[in-house]
Design a protein around this ligand. Structure first.
Ligand code: F6R
Length: 246
């Protein structure tokens, strides 16, 4: 059963999730193990990444024992493209903390063999021991990662076609719709369900309806995020606006 926490605002939510991540990293370091984090991009996790940077700078939180796997990448964009998710992570988190670059994984947007790239990504997650904690946002289509409807519960990392709603929502970052890639590589719903802990963040009135659908309708491929209802350890962190229809 998913748990829902309504925070006073997104800054408070971000601090709560950052504290959970800090505690995980610290506990793993004490046990001599790496913490394996699943990361998301988009506007939602920005306050979380700002708080993680603050914890690093002001409270000495080290990311030397962290391995990270990002959810997704636009097809056709190289890591130095300003709209690529590799670039996003570099600009908003990695360059401000002490994570080892070789421990940061983002699916390659350009590859000769996308199926191979996706299979290798799944293998890298397995080799790392699986993901301890996955950070998620949610799209207005109900996507998590770029698992647009319909996405099956057992879907794995693969190449997907982006929904037009998603392309329009993300066109603000590209300047115009025609520049938004048609496809992406994304972890599957099954890949996300395998993560030992999931922390989903959703803020603002624009997310209220999809949060209602995600938590209050029968889980189905038509709303991929609804599969999270059956995750053993998943928390939805909302602000009052995103919680408005629950
Ligand atoms: C990003 C991702 C997406 C976003 C979602 C919400 O890596 O996988 O699922 O989390 O599109 O985006 P924002 O946060 O911009 O509303």
């Amino acid at each position: 059963m998913s748990k829902v926490i309504v925070h006073a605002d997104k800054a408070t939510a971000a601090k709560a999730v950052a504290a959970t991540i800090r505690d995980l990293i610290t506990a793993k370091a004490k046990a001599g193990q790496a913490a394996v984090l699943g990361l998301a991009t988009g506007s939602t996790p920005l306050p979380l990444y700002a708080e993680l940077v603050r914890l690093h700078r002001e409270e000495g939180l080290s990311f030397r024992n962290v391995v990270s796997f990002n959810l997704d990448e636009y097809e056709g964009l190289s890591g130095d493209h300003p709209q690529s998710y590799r670039y996003f992570m570099e600009q908003n988190l990695f360059r401000f903390i002490d994570i080892r670059r070789e421990n940061t994984y983002v699916p390659a947007g350009i590859s000769a063999d996308a199926a191979r790239t996706c299979a290798d990504y799944e293998a890298a997650i397995r080799t790392a021991g699986g993901i301890d904690l996955q950070v998620l946002g949610i799209g207005r289509t109900g996507h998590i990662g770029f698992n647009e409807p319909p996405s099956a519960l057992d879907s794995r990392t693969r190449r997907v076609h982006l929904d037009e709603v998603t392309r329009r929502d993300n066109s603000v970052f590209f300047g115009e719709l025609s520049l938004v890639p048609q496809g992406a590589l994304t972890m599957g719903v099954g890949t996300i369900m395998d993560c030992r802990q999931v922390e989903l963040l959703a803020f603002g009135t624009g997310k209220a309806e999809i949060i209602r659908k995600t938590l209050q309708t029968q889980p189905s491929a038509d709303c991929p995020a609804s599969w999270l209802q059956s995750h053993a350890r998943c928390t939805f962190h909302l602000d009052p606006e995103a919680n408005a229809l629950l």
